[in-house]
Design a protein around this ligand. Structure first.
Ligand SMILES: Nc1nc2c(c(=O)[nH]1)N[C@H]1C(S)=C(S)[C@@H](COP(=O)(O)OP(=O)(O)OC[C@H]3O[C@@H](n4cnc5c(=O)[nH]c(N)nc54)[C@H](O)[C@@H]3O)O[C@H]1N2
Ligand SMILES: Nc1nc2c(c(=O)[nH]1)N[C@H]1C(S)=C(S)[C@@H](COP(=O)(O)OP(=O)(O)OC[C@H]3O[C@@H](n4cnc5c(=O)[nH]c(N)nc54)[C@H](O)[C@@H]3O)O[C@H]1N2
Ligand SMILES: [Mo]
Length: 765
């Protein structure tokens, strides 16, 4: 019997060999250096490793393909601006091994599907284009030209361009992303779902509405100068390790840090800077969080409301709490906001947040007595049904304190992929603003459709319902990243053609449409040779700085193309002579792409000159200078309801989080060192009381079940780990439990899957 699409899509259920130790209370330091070194020595040769190490995030070097945390504008560490997980991301891309025709002749798709994600990732870099014909068991080589023709033929056979879906993951550079969306729009659709739909979409929505820009307002200097930094729903020690250096600087300048998180993450307890050799040897890092708020999962609106209520009470009695001049001059909606706030009861809010009075008081004092406040957040806020409210409520707090658009204060949504923000800026957007589409029309003389396209969730439904029949992915690992694995696998299987432009083999190559293509491309670390010489590309980080990136290693195979070249090839093969865009010219000289971006995208004037500045350039940011480009022209207070969710008696609220040894769906290793987990990913972190109530112990094997809208979803074989997590809450790793996340449970208005609030039950096997 052959495997069903959903069997191929699910992660294998067998165990490794779980070892549990006490969670760490310090981050980075020598342990980080050791772990990075182990990784490099296992997967890369020394000469390449040395070549890379001095160039990571250096001016004129390459942008780390890990996270989107910015590099300092001025001095950069002589040891390289790197972190343990950045090194792992690079070693993963620059590994020695390659896979091509021989590998795929040896291993069938069905065989590969029973490998773990860790094993799949370790197979090597993709080295040549591969094609899976209808009914075939193995991928076979195909020439680039034939691959392009095949894509063109399938796209042109559709009855309407809206029957194709064009996904983007956030590593794609500005140049490739701009051309890609241009091609998609000329082809005739806006179906441009991207990883942002599963990530910071809720931040974008909330911030655009309230502050007029869907990006954060702060710079690195602001972080150094803040009086208080709240780190909410984010685990920087693992996911943005270089952020800890900024937090350390803030502390040294007398700032305070509040960590709001159901888990006490090691990275926020103490940090030993790996770029300070003396500290590394002597130990003794910097204590970071002054207060840890162990709130219940999705208790954030309740906790912030409790803070807002007490601030309002104090303002009413003492009158010196709010920044009244700021509120008067720059905001709208204050009266409506406060009168709604007064309908809530402080005790109820605090209770709903799960936070004790003592801890609340400690946070309240810091907020009351300081006026330069920064809120940093990530997936702990954006992956809930009320995600947009979470962020709007934070903005309310900042507005009351006048903590927007001044030194040391503002919003800091910490982005995930290294260029996810840039991709959106240059047009990867299923609902792009009309002004942007008009600019395209003027420049290229075709009218892009104004109809909004599919976001990730809508795309999955469309494929499932056979309204879309071709899936094209520029990077990423769609099937493992999306919710509701079984449903989504069927959606992919319903397509006529699935295509992935990738650096590494992943599960999405195994859960295919009738036909499938793997198109291997250059990674960030590799030199991009074209007719006019070596090309640079560019990216935008989490703080709106655009800078260049240039690879330093020889490509791992001669058959790789750059993403820019792939996009141009497909555009030519699909649109042919009738295209209004001169596709053939861009691939030889990426300066020409940047010239076009400069004309079409606001803020990129003189792009080719400014990109040569060693530290790059800042894009305009209204909120940073108190120009609020909202529909009202002011910063808007918002009214947000207290979320009303309830757990049934035996249910737990599950968040799906990242271990310290993965980049999204790429599994670097099986350890989660900071949390004391070794050699296993199929685990569930539980509160000891919840375990006792169910008769569970460490290492007991359980099955997980989620019931939503009458559908039961299951994920089998997980080992229980007792952990310091609030009662009623539990945590598992993404992507192993994506199969439990219902497709229809997503953030209102933003459609971010609610993968941090999944109601589940746990059953002993
Ligand atoms: N090494 C590495 N770096 C990465 C990534 C990676 O996988 N590996 N991924 C990249 C990407 S794409 C992204 S988006 C970012 C992700 O960066 P993070 O958002 O830090 O990643 P998660 O592991 O999803 O962590 C979410 C954190 O939120 C907490 N949390 C969960 N639910 C709640 C809640 O309801 N309230 C609050 N207050 N906290 C909550 C969790 O305990 C956890 O600490 O990192 C980027 N950087
Ligand atoms: N349950 C649950 N689900 C989640 C999340 C969660 O917290 N919980 N997080 C969500 C978030 S925040 C995100 S951003 C998404 C991530 O979703 P994706 O961005 O789709 O997934 P990644 O795992 O980052 O993609 C990895 C693949 O990208 C390819 N790749 C790497 N580098 C390059 C490159 O330079 N070019 C090209 N063309 N390909 C490259 C490799 O083949 C690799 O296998 O997942 C989301 N899914
Ligand atoms: Mo993300």
């Amino acid at each position: 019997m052959s495997q069903s699409p959903s069997e191929k899509a699910k992660t294998p259920e067998h165990f490794s060999n779980l070892k549990i130790t006490k969670p760490a209370t310090d981050s980075a330091g020598f342990g980080g250096v050791k772990s990075a070194f182990n990784h490099v020595s296992k997967y890369m040769n020394t000469a390449d490793a040395l070549k890379l190490s001095g160039k990571i995030n250096q001016k004129g070097g390459f942008d780390c393909p890990g996270c989107a945390w910015p590099d300092p504008d001025d001095e950069r560490s002589s040891l390289g601006e790197y972190c343990e997980n950045g090194i792992k991301a690079i070693a993963e891309e620059a590994q020695n091994k390659t896979i091509g025709a021989d590998f795929f002749a040896k291993h069938s798709v069905e065989e590969l599907a029973i490998w773990t994600d860790f094993e799949i990732g370790k197979s090597g870099r993709l080295a040549e284009p591969m094609f899976l014909a209808e009914g075939d068991t193995h991928y076979k080589p195909i020439s680039w030209e034939d691959a392009f023709k095949k894509v063109g033929k399938h796209l042109n056979a559709l009855t309407h361009p809206d029957e194709a879906v064009f996904y983007t993951s956030g590593r794609t550079t500005n140049e490739a992303a701009f051309l890609y969306q241009l091609f998609v729009r000329e082809f005739g659709t806006s179906n441009l779902p991207d990883c942002s739909n599963m990530c910071h979409e809720a931040s974008g929505k909330a911030l655009s509405e309230t502050l007029g820009i869907g990006k954060g307002s702060v710079t690195l200097d602001d972080l150094y100068n803040a009086e208080v930094i709240m780190v909410i729903g984010q685990n920087p020690g693992t996911n943005h390790p270089r952020m800890l250096t900024a937090l350390e600087k803030c502390k040294k300048n007398g700032g305070k840090i509040i960590a709001i998180n159901p888990l006490e993450e090691a990275g926020l307890i103490r940090f030993t800077n790996p770029q300070n050799p003396l500290k590394l040897l002597t130990g003794g890092g910097t204590a970071l969080a002054d207060v840890h708020v162990p709130l219940t999962i999705n208790g954030d609106v309740a906790f912030i409301k409790a803070l807002l209520l007490k601030l309002l009470e104090k303002e009413d009695s003492a009158g010196n709490v709010f920044d009244k001049a700021f509120i008067e001059t720059y905001t709208l909606g204050f009266d409506a906001f406060t009168s709604d706030l007064k309908t809530y009861n402080f005790e109820d809010c605090l209770k709903a947040s799960g936070v004790s009075k003592d801890i609340f008081e400690a946070v309240f004092d810091l907020i009351l007595n300081n006026n330069k406040i920064i809120c940093c957040w990530a997936m702990g806020l954006t992956q809930h049904e009320n995600a947009v409210d979470n962020i709007r409520e934070l903005v309310n707090l900042l507005l009351l304190k006048g903590s927007i658009g001044k030194e040391g204060a503002g919003t800091c949504p910490v982005r995930g992929h290294s260029n996810v923000q840039g991709d959106r800026t240059v047009g990867i957007w299923e609902s792009a603003p009309q002004a942007f589409l008009d600019k395209i029309e003027v420049k290229y003389d075709f009218k892009p459709t104004a109809k909004h396209g599919y976001s990730v969730i809508d795309a999955i439904k469309a494929m499932y319902e056979k309204k879309a029949r071709v899936f094209f992915g520029l990077g990423g690992n769609f099937i493992s990243a999306v919710p509701d694995t079984e449903y989504s696998a069927q959606a992919m299987a319903n397509c006529n053609l699935t295509v992935h432009v990738s650096t590494k083999l992943n599960r999405s190559h195994l859960v295919t449409g009738k036909e499938a293509l793997i198109l291997p491309c250059l990674g960030r670390t590799e030199i991009d040779y074209q007719k006019t010489g070596v090309q640079i590309q560019s990216v935008e980080n989490s703080m709106g700085i655009v800078s260049s990136t240039k690879g330093v290693l020889q490509p791992c195979s001669k058959d790789l193309l750059s993403e820019v070249t792939v996009v141009c090839g497909i555009a030519q093969a699909t649109l042919g002579k009738h295209s209004k865009v001169k596709w053939e010219k861009y691939k030889d000289d990426y300066n020409l792409v940047r010239d076009d971006i400069a004309e079409v995208v606001a803020g990129f004037e003189d792009y080719n000159t400014r990109i040569k500045q060693p530290a790059g350039f800042y894009l305009p940011n209204g909120a940073r200078v108190r120009t609020f480009n909202t529909s009202t022209g002011k910063a808007n207070f918002s009214i947000n309801k207290l979320p009303q969710w309830k757990l049934k008696e035996d249910e737990l609220m599950m968040m799906t989080i990242r271990s310290h040894d993965q980049f999204n769906t790429t599994i670097y290793g099986l350890n989660d060192r900071y949390r004391g987990i070794f050699n296993e990913r199929r685990i569930i972190f539980m509160n000891l009381y919840d375990m006792a109530e169910r008769g569970l112990k460490d290492q007991t094997i359980v099955n997980l079940k989620s019931e939503f809208d009458g559908v039961i979803r299951t994920a089998n074989n997980f080992k229980v780990v007792g952990y310091n997590i609030p009662k009623g809450c539990c945590a598992t790793y993404f992507p192993e439990t994506n199969v439990l996340v219902p497709l229809d449970s997503f953030a209102h208005t933003a459609k971010t899957p609610a993968s941090k609030s999944v109601k589940i039950t746990v059953e002993k096997v």
